[in-house]
Design a protein around this ligand. Sequence first.
Ligand code: ADP
Ligand code: MG
Length: 340
Amino acid sequence: ESQLNPNYNFENFLEGDSNRLARNAGIAVANKPGGTSFNPLLIFGGVGLGKTHLAHAIGVDIKDKYPEKTVLYISAEKFTQQYIDSVKKNNRNDFIHFYQIIDVLIIDDVQFFSGKSGTQDVFFHIFNHLHQNGKQVILTSDKAPVDMQDIEQRLLSRFKWGLSAELQTPDFETRVSILKNKLYRDGVEMPEDIIEYVAKNIKTNVRELEGAIISLIAQSSFNRKEITLSLAKDIVEKFVKNTKREVSIDYIQKVVSDYFQMDVSTLQSKTRKRHIVQARQLAMFFAKKYTKASLASIGSQIGKRDHATVLHACKTVDNLSSTDKQFRKYVEDLAKKLSL
Ligand code: ADP
Ligand code: MG
């Protein structure tokens, strides 16, 4: 059992600037599993941007072209659970052996391995064995390797052996073509201006885009109403309100470090360089403002600081934004980016 979902394939994974590199790398890997330098292929990006879809598509295509190869898709969570069970049942070696004879191993959401040293250790050995034998490994993650936390260095360095390809938020044109393709496959007709209205206003990720269009279709058919622009406006408005994104501390750190053009790891580092300290303080300030996390929890997630440091950061940001014009601009820009 490969656990692959045939509905997630390349044909319905629409190409755009936001995913071209990852999609093409996926196609290259599917043509020659284990035979390219993209090994492992690591696909990373935010929630709802197509990581799981693309990972399946690669597996499905390999199975098509090479029916004799064993391909296995598994979430990192399930892999971890299986490993824990195997230890309890005293058959850790069977577990390892099972994975070592697979030709193409696809593990989804490897950020789940964070802090789980037993699982990381066993995966490290499986990975080495597969890699040495020319087998293909495909991984997905919600973060780039440089930004992954609590993953052993030796594993991170393996992740970087191949190619890390990012899935970004799709641009307007890509959102329109994803919507059109979905409507076409579902046999639903919709006026162009409505499609464009939805694509213009739902820009966070593909999952939400699909969710909005599904609820639009459902509303119109339940109420026997025609799909009009005003119905679309109602639904999109409600949709945007209801899915007001739960901003995570990870997300805040990513936005702040992107804004200052640094890595998240730099933002979290121990350095006292002024611009890095400021970026870190801003991340703490927004984490306090936009999440329900405690000061202690914010501190531990932003570079392992204590609650007093976070409190100090919040006060500093308050002070600086009333005295320093440039700094106030940072706060305003970031607030805008975070309240998308
Ligand atoms: P992730 O694993 O990154 O959270 P998913 O792979 O679950 O995201 O994708 C969310 C939804 O968006 C799925 O229904 C998927 O089919 C769809 N999707 C994502 N990217 C594309 C794309 N480029 N073309 C078509 N559908 C897409
Ligand atoms: Mg996923």
